[in-house]
Design a protein around this ligand. Structure first.
Ligand code: PEP
Ligand code: MG
Length: 566
């Protein structure tokens, strides 16, 4: 068994198709007629763009507009005026088109690969993809046709590029296994959208398998079994069929309201990172957006998006949602989320440092730009503003004062906005949990961020595997925190939602129903599963479970008990 990272859940069982990188070797030749060579190069670029447009078109149908845009980004790379200019110069200096283009691409790949953040690193993969596409055309090499793969194929590749994914016929590819990549790489995102089980960063898989081998790819656990024995095959086939059955059974919850067994209606919304994800939220039957993590708008760029650009992004999400709720969280930067062009200082303890609302309140221009963009967009939908990492009342007051200042400015400028725009907070720090009663008086709503609340309550870094045994929302301390936040919200008549991962945890759901949560914000693919789960509980039964859970002393006891009731 080969261990990798599970990036798209599900079990794929099929035959291996090795997608080998074709050899792009050639003997560089000196060029005598530079003008002719430049012409040859330009027509290769044109052909590349033509191919890419076709692939994007296909991807739009199979995966959606956003995914097609990733593909079209390759045209932006190959048409970059600086890149083209430098390649021409090298050709004029006597290099052949292949060598000139390759050396320029390699330079970019080196720069991007050296970056600390995943987003920039991803660009290296994109440039590599563009390089092999253009050089293949120059060398007259025929591409491997993933689109011709037969039904029941598991693709094996060193690196799966977005252009390869674009060729996938969803009905034929049952799994994806790669040697590189992780959860945040574009190909992982695409695999999830296509709902194809995928394992990435699985070492040496290309040399461990040959074409036609039977293989099992477990995209949940991140495991690959090449040439499984009969018992393994039977076991995984049963697991796969059960998962597929469950997925099919969930379809009956599509288009239905989210209602508990005794008739209480809940709001079931989605977490998104990009405006286009709002479409995905709708496709998966979400009832709106409970958390728009706006930092991704900033992280994907090399400079700060200005007010109009942000306004267009927020407006786009609002229009997609057609009046359904859209909670936009202001910039939650710092911790593990760096924006290189902001030049934030390196800190000893970034998770407790100068970040999120703290950074925004001290960088007023940046904060005001974002708030103006959000408030302007509120004319186009039901937008609420949410501040992250709140630890004290002053932060809420200061943030709200800025919102009021902007509203007055917009009024004076005759710009439309929602005068009653709600302003709420993430309750995701221990401090916020402890003074939730005070914060509830200052906020229009709460959203419990259990990802951080667990970390800050347990003093356990959410990304540190050494302390992951402590990091659980089922810890009695975290459960008490959650319960008291919800109670404080209810006493003050403000809605309380949850946008941390715990909101989609079947073990947590009865407790949240009992405590009085009203909104669940989850990842889009979890919507139907959570709706089904909520439909199975009455308040009375949930109260019984919660009472028992709150009497238990350890996370293990809580977990063991909940295992018996869900
Ligand atoms: C959280 O902390 O629970 C949360 C939803 O925010 P993020 O995961 O973006 O920190
Ligand atoms: Mg958080």
């Amino acid at each position: 068994m080969i261990k990798g990272i599970g990036v798209s859940a599900g079990i794929g069982i099929g035959k291996v198709l090795l997608v080998e990188e074709h050899s792009l070797e050639y003997t560089p030749k000196a060029v005598e007629n530079a003008a002719e060579e430049i012409k040859r190069f330009n027509s290769a670029v044109d052909k590349f763009c033509e191919n890419t447009e076709k692939q994007a078109e296909a991807l739009k149908v199979s995966a959606g507009a956003k995914e097609a845009e990733i593909m079209l980004g390759h045209i932006g790379i190959v048409k970059d005026p600086f890149l083209l200019g430098e390649v021409e110069k090298l050709i004029q200096g006597g290099q052949c088109a292949e060598a000139a283009f390759e050396s320029m691409c390699d330079m970019f790949i080196q720069i991007f690969s050296a970056a600390d953040d995943d987003v920039t690193k991803q660009r290296a993969a994109d440039v590599r993809d563009v390089k092999s596409g253009v050089v293949s055309i120059l060398l007259g090499i025929e591409e491997v046709k993933i689109s011709d793969a037969p039904p029941g194929t598991v693709l094996f590749a060193k690196e799966l590029t977005p252009s390869m994914i674009a060729e996938i016929k969803k009905e034929n590819i049952v799994g994806i296994v790669t040697e590189t990549g992780s959860t945040t790489s574009h190909s992982a995102i695409l695999a999830r959208v296509l709902e194809i089980p995928a394992v990435m960063s699985a070492a040496d898989v290309m040399t461990s398998a040959k074409n036609g081998d039977t293989v099992i790819a477990d995209g949940g656990k991140g495991e690959v079994i090449i040439s499984p024995d009969e018992a393994q095959l039977a076991d995984y086939t049963a697991k796969r069929d059960k998962l597929l059955e469950e997925r099919k059974a969930l379809e009956k919850f599509r288009g239905q309201p989210t209602v508990s067994a005794d008739g209480t209606t809940y709001e079931l919304v989605c977490n998104i990172g990009k405006p286009d994800d709002a479409k995905k939220a709708m496709d998966f039957d979400g009832e709106g957006v409970g958390l728009f993590r706006t930092e991704f708008l900033f992280m994907d760029k090399t400079s700060m998006p200005d007010e109009d650009e942000q306004f267009e992004a927020y407006k786009k999400a609002a229009l997609i949602l057609k009046g359904k709720p859209l909670i936009i969280r202001t910039l939650d930067i710092g911790g593990d989320k760096d924006i290189p062009y902001l030049g934030m200082a390196k800190e000893e303890n970034p998770f407790m440092g100068f970040r999120a609302i703290r950074y925004c309140l001290k960088n007023r221009d940046l904060f005001k730009t974002q708030l103006r963009a959000i408030i302007r967009a509120s004319a186009f939908g039901k937008i609420w503003i949410m501040f992250p990492l709140i630890t004290c009342v002053e932060e809420v007051r200061e943030g709200k004062a800025l919102v009021e200042e902007i509203k007055a400015e917009l009024k004076a400028e005759n710009i439309d906005f929602d005068e009653n725009i709600k302003v709420g907070i993430m309750t995701e720090t221990a401090a916020a949990g402890i003074i939730a009663d005070l914060l509830a008086k200052e906020s229009d709503f709460f959203s419990i961020g259990t990802n951080d609340l667990t970390g800050y309550t347990m003093a356990a870094d959410r990304g540190n595997s050494e302390v992951s045994y402590l990091y659980s929302a089922l810890q009695p301390s975290v459960l008490r925190m959650i319960k008291s936040i919800i109670e404080s919200g209810r006493k003050n008549n403000i809605p309380v939602g949850m946008c941390g991962e715990a909101a989609a945890d079947p073990m947590m759901i009865p407790l949240l129903i009992s405590f009085g949560l009203t909104e669940f914000s989850v990842s889009a693919p979890s919507v139907l599963r959570v709706r089904k789960c909520i439909s199975g509980w009455t308040k009375e039964k949930a109260d019984e479970v919660a009472e028992k859970v709150m009497s238990l002393a350890t996370q293990k006891e809580v977990y063991e008990y909940l295992k018996t009731v869900v």
